[in-house]
Write a protein that binds this ligand. Structure first.
Ligand code: CP
Length: 304
């Protein structure tokens, strides 16, 4: 039984296959509308979500399956002290596949050790968010026509931004990727990503605190929100939250075919005026998220 706990659980070949299925689903939705009939997806969200939970639910409904779950840990028996392991054993009896989000890093791994159905990590603390990475890869593939040989800038909260960690893990396996890591000192990429992923795979990278200097070099700009929920100190969050605000003025030096990504939700880091620029791809990412999650459900349930 296969799980998706980290993006490295899938080879590049498997990711290519998922992208291919997602593109086919987009072209031929009717072909897939009953593929998961009588299957049940449980969405267990111990942390808030709009896109990930709803896109998973929409994906399963679009495949003819059904969904159950909770969107607030306080409405589950974990609020009475039930362990995660017990919760997963129970939900395994009611569902065919589980997508879970949890504030603790490694919680999906714990869940996978006791589950009798596939586990999908829908975000664990500041660690990983592999289904967002699949969404990002599908978006880059559609926008650029390739997943190799481009320069990508990651800007903002690289310390707590789990989508950044997962996407870098994925890109490390493609050729010709150059990383520009743009952050204040306090929000730099953690060592376990820099040393264990980037340096081990000999990726080309630079670190800077200047979005303006990096801008003209970028093919893809991946903006991130400063993750308020991961800060221990409110003053630090308030000091750092507006470190980077992308507006039309900053975009004046960008390439004409730049692709601007953001996993969303955004707070202030991209001005609304950028939304109507043709380089803005973040709402396309949202659209792609449902397609790739449909492909993922089919793959993990061996329905394709
Ligand atoms: N991108 C993402 O994970 O969004 P949600 O927190 O709304 O699920």
């Amino acid at each position: 039984m296969k799980n998706l706990l980290a993006i490295t659980d899938f080879s590049n070949k498997e990711i290519d296959e998922l992208i291919h299925i997602a593109e086919d689903i987009e072209k031929n939705p009717a072909k897939y509308q009953e593929k998961a009939k009588h299957k049940k997806l449980a969405t267990l969200f111990f942390e808030p979500s709009t896109r990930t939970r709803l896109s998973f639910e929409s994906a399963m409904l679009s495949l003819g399956g059904s969904v159950l779950g909770f969107s607030d840990a306080n409405s589950s028996s974990s609020s009475k002290g039930e362990s995660l392991s017990d919760t997963i054993r129970v939900v395994s009896c009611y569902s065919d596949i589980i997508a879970m989000r949890h504030p603790k890093e490694g919680a999906p791994l714990v869940a996978s050790n006791v589950a009798s159905v596939p586990i999908i990590n829908a975000g664990d603390g500041g660690h990983n968010h592999p289904t967002q990475t699949l969404t990002d890869l599908l978006t880059i593939k559609k926008e650029k026509g390739r997943l190799d040989n481009f320069t990508i800038g990651f800007c903002g909260d690289l310390k707590f931004g789990r989508t950044v960690h997962s996407l870098i893990q994925a890109l490390a396996r493609y050729k010709g990727i150059k990383l520009v890591l743009i952050s204040p000192d306090e929000l730099k990429l953690p060592d376990y990503v820099k040393k264990d992923v980037i340096e081990k795979s000999n990726m080309d990278y630079v670190e800077t605190d200047s979005l303006e200097k990096a801008m003209p070099t970028l093919d893809v700009l991946y903006m991130t929100r400063v993750q308020q929920e991961r800060f221990f100190n409110e003053d630090d969050y308030l000091r750092l939250r507006d470190s980077y605000i992308l507006d039309m003025d900053k975009l004046s030096s960008a390439k004409k075919d730049l692709s601007i990504l953001h996993p969303l939700p955004r707070v202030n880091e991209i001005s609304i005026e950028v939304d109507s620029d043709e380089r803005a791809c973040y709402f396309k990412q949202v659209y792609n998220g449902r397609l790739i999650r449909m492909a993922l459900i089919l793959k993990l349930l061996n329905l394709i």
